[in-house]
Design a protein around this ligand. Structure first.
Ligand SMILES: NC(=O)c1ccc[n+]([C@@H]2O[C@H](COP(=O)([O-])OP(=O)(O)OC[C@H]3O[C@@H](n4cnc5c(N)ncnc54)[C@H](OP(=O)(O)O)[C@@H]3O)[C@@H](O)[C@H]2O)c1
Length: 399
């Protein structure tokens, strides 16, 4: 066994990937990069691989391989270049790594995240869409293959930190002993106070201008619509075996309290910190130790006020749709996620108005209800139904 924890960072060129490499670079005595992956930013991938000494990089196709090679600094020994989606899943299961940071955006990250779980790795899960699309399958793989699943989404990481672990928690497929409710906080995004009538003309840049967090564009739009919080409710359901009616969402515009756990005796435990993803990432990399993350102290006196309010489902219809999908079951969750990915992509590329995002999702959920006997017992089943839902959403004439 290596004295280093060897990490594969899947989606290394994204916001979570960059933050992960920043934390790893602070701990050369215990953390080492094994593999990196990217989808379009090959020049950045080459810089990251050269800087971190990665042994392996994974790229999507031959054209990307050539771009990576062209960007590689002359005279330096190059990493092994693996190509394609299967190579991504194989790399997640590779003997060369102990820990996998699953930071690809969207359901595209599911096969690799599942591959890591099936290989019994420490899985740092940022890719919430994997759990939304295949929560049952994923959690079963974690249990059956002895993987160690650590949530990286700041809300779930906060909840994880506030929950009892091991024997004190009870059975893994039941809510932790003594817990009454989970309270997920949400900033409310850039349009928290806007009149919903005024959102018709919203541009991608306005939707991506998050007040507190710096993130990739897809999750930024999801935060604006609050579908992101809906995905997180579904994620919390699977991670913590918690029924929908014991998960509550609270708008907290300052993003200082990252989430809370309410116990049967009335105690409420919360995790607080600056809105910087390096804190949950360092927690996942170091667990059970605490590692320096580069995040500074929280100055509560300077924060002054911490506010909380109940979200308005008229203003944020996507949040209500996610609760509906969770109550309806796994097929509805696949349809919700797939339709959202199609709609957000169309919005970001100027083909769909912002206010049509919930309409596309609603139409896909109605379509899903008309499908009889959908089986989602395997990864192939999930991917096939996900593709059907995407095709439906894409053919609506809206996207
Ligand atoms: N950002 C945050 O603060 C935050 C917080 C909590 C959870 N998350 C979750 O973490 C995940 C990543 O978010 P992010 O903000 O880091 O996203 P991002 O900045 O858009 O980065 C996404 C990464 O995935 C790669 N990628 C995109 N499409 C791919 C595909 N089809 N196949 C393989 N790789 C692909 C991208 O490669 P290229 O860049 O090379 O195209 C990039 O490395 C999401 O699931 C998000 O919900 C993010």
């Amino acid at each position: 066994m290596s004295r280093f924890q060897r990490v594969a960072v899947l989606g290394s060129t994204g916001s979570i990937g960059e933050s992960t490499l920043d934390v790893i670079a602070r701990h050369p005595e215990r953390l080492k990069v094994h593999a990196l992956s990217a989808h379009s930013r090959m020049e950045r991938l080459a810089e990251q691989a050269a800087g971190s000494g990665a042994a392996v990089v994974v790229v999507p196709d031959e054209a990307a391989r050539r771009r990576f090679q062209a960007a590689w600094p002359a005279g330096r020994p190059a990493p092994e270049i693996r190509v394609g989606a299967q190579a991504l899943a194989d790399t997640a299961a590779d003997d060369g790594c102990d820990t996998v940071m699953a930071a690809i955006v969207g359901a595209a990250g599911l096969p690799a995240a599942l591959g890591a779980a099936r290989a019994g790795k420490r899985v740092l899960l940022a890719n919430k869409e994997a759990l939304v699309a295949a929560g049952g399958l994923f959690m079963r793989a974690v249990r059956e293959h002895g993987a160690e699943l650590l949530p990286i989404d700041s809300e779930h990481n906060a909840i994880f930190q506030c929950l009892p672990h091991g024997e004190r928690a009870g059975a893994p497929d039941q809510p932790a002993r003594g817990v009454r409710r989970l309270l997920l906080t949400a900033s409310g995004g850039p349009f928290r106070r806007h009149d919903p009538q005024d959102l018709h003309e919203v541009t991608p840049d306005q939707a991506c201008a998050h007040p507190n967090w710096s993130m990739g564009r897809k999750i930024s739009v999801d935060s604006a619509t609050m579908l992101n919080k809906g995905l997180e409710v579904i994620e919390a359901h699977w991670l913590f075996a918690m029924p929908a009616d014991r998960i509550e969402v609270l708008i907290h515009p300052q993003s200082v309290v990252h989430s809370l756990v309410e116990y049967e005796d009335g105690s409420v435990l919360a995790q607080l910190g600056q809105p910087d993803m390096r804190t949950p990432i360092a927690y996942g990399l170091g667990f059970p130790d605490r590692l320096a993350s580069g995040v500074g102290p929280l100055d509560l006196a300077r924060c002054g006020r911490l506010e909380f309010e109940t979200p308005d489902l008229q203003r944020f219809p996507c949040l209500g749709l996610a609760f509906d999908a969770l109550r309806a079951g796994q097929a509805a969750c696949v349809a919700l996620n797939a339709a959202n990915e199609v709609a957000v992509e169309a919005f970001l590329s100027g083909r769909l108005r912002y206010t049509w995002i919930p309409r596309v999702i609603m139409a896909a959920l109605e379509w899903q209800q008309r499908q009889s006997s959908v089986t989602l017992d395997s990864l192939a089943d999930v991917l096939a139904f996900d593709a059907e839902a995407r095709a439906y959403a894409g053919n609506l004439g809206l996207a």
